[in-house]
Design a protein around this ligand. Structure first.
Ligand code: PBG
Length: 310
């Protein structure tokens, strides 16, 4: 093991959720072998995604907006590692950067939040669902085609405030984010994944490093959670094969038990009227191949049409 560095700088966005995740990473690193003497700083970096609040992300260039400035800081050496929500990471990283570790995954499910009804199924006919996620909109409309939807941007707290103000009758948020913010008691109910799949990577925190920095990669590897890392390689392979633009509703979830992996994926039309689902199982050694094959199965069954219909 190489000598411990005197300083480690963690780059992160400044939203309350991003900060909670960066501080969890910091605490795990601090508790890991041989880093007791290392100063670990959290460096807040403002991204284009944080600045642009008035348009849906899918319109202004998608996922990369929340990572661009942080990745620039990583490449220039201003920070040593970056902490992200895996869900917000593009499938293809800039040259020279890699996801080197994942923290143990939080709950992967979406929470249903409403002052009006206990569950999605209980919402009155024609109720208004606030969400800016194409996936949540399509998954919800697949089950409840009568619902109306309005765009709901902003961080978790902003969306809860909009709901309280009556902008919508219900919203959907990742339970993982609510838990990390200490806001899980806002969840009215929890949506099981049986017929409502989370986003690829939901609930998982990813640590990004330079590819050619073996010392930092070894250090962050000490806090890597193997099962989460394996699940994410299946899910990200699935998304990569589907070439998941932010304009196609896609859900994907891998669960790992022992050396067995179960992968489920779904693509939907934006209005939820059409959908294709796949379920594949295998061993963890084949995680990537299983994700890729699930995508191929969906494309083969006509899912490709969903991507051309833009
Ligand atoms: N897109 C924003 C975002 N990125 C990660 C999370 C929650 C935490 C996670 O899924 O890991 C959220 C909020 C939400 O979707 O409710």
């Amino acid at each position: 093991m190489a000598a411990s560095p005197s300083l480690l700088r963690i780059g992160t966005r400044g939203s309350p959720l991003a900060l909670a995740q960066a501080h969890e990473t910091r605490a795990r690193l601090a508790a890991s072998q041989d880093l007791a003497e290392t100063e670990i700083d959290v460096v807040v970096i403002r991204t284009s995604g944080d600045r642009i609040q008035d348009r849906p992300l899918s319109e202004v260039g998608g996922k990369g907006l929340f990572t661009k400035e942080i990745e620039e800081a990583l490449m220039s050496g201003a920070i040593d590692l970056a902490v992200h929500s895996s869900k917000d990471m593009p499938t293809v990283l800039p040259d020279g950067l890699v996801l080197s570790a994942f923290l143990p995954r939080e709950d992967v499910r979406d929470a249903f939040i409403s002052p009006l009804a206990g569950t999605l199924a209980d919402l009155p006919q024609g109720a208004v669902l606030g969400t800016s996620s194409l996936r949540r909109r399509a998954m919800a409309l697949r089950l409840r085609p009568d619902l109306l939807t309005v765009d709901f941007r902003g961080n978790v707290e902003t969306r809860l405030r909009k709901l309280a103000e009556g902008t919508a009758h219900a919203t959907l948020l990742a339970l993982a984010g609510l838990k990390r913010l200490g806001l899980a008691d806002h969840a009215t109910s929890i949506i099981e994944t049986d017929d409502f799949l989370p986003a690829v990577g939901q609930g998982a925190v990813a640590i990004e490093t330079r590819a050619d920095d073996p010392r930092i990669r070894e250090i962050v590897g000490r806090v890597n959670h193997a099962a989460t890392s394996i699940a994410l390689s299946a899910e990200r392979a699935f998304l990569l094969r589907l070439d998941g633009s932010c304009r196609t509703p896609i859900g994907g979830l891998a669960t790992v038990e022992g050396d067995q992996l179960v992968f489920r994926g779904m693509v939907l039309s934006p209005d939820g009227a059409r959908s294709e689902a796949a379920r594949l199982t295998g061993t963890v050694a084949d995680a990537e191949r299983i994700g890729t094959e699930a995508a191929d199965e969906l494309i083969g069954r006509g899912g490709a049409a969903f991507f051309r219909a833009e």
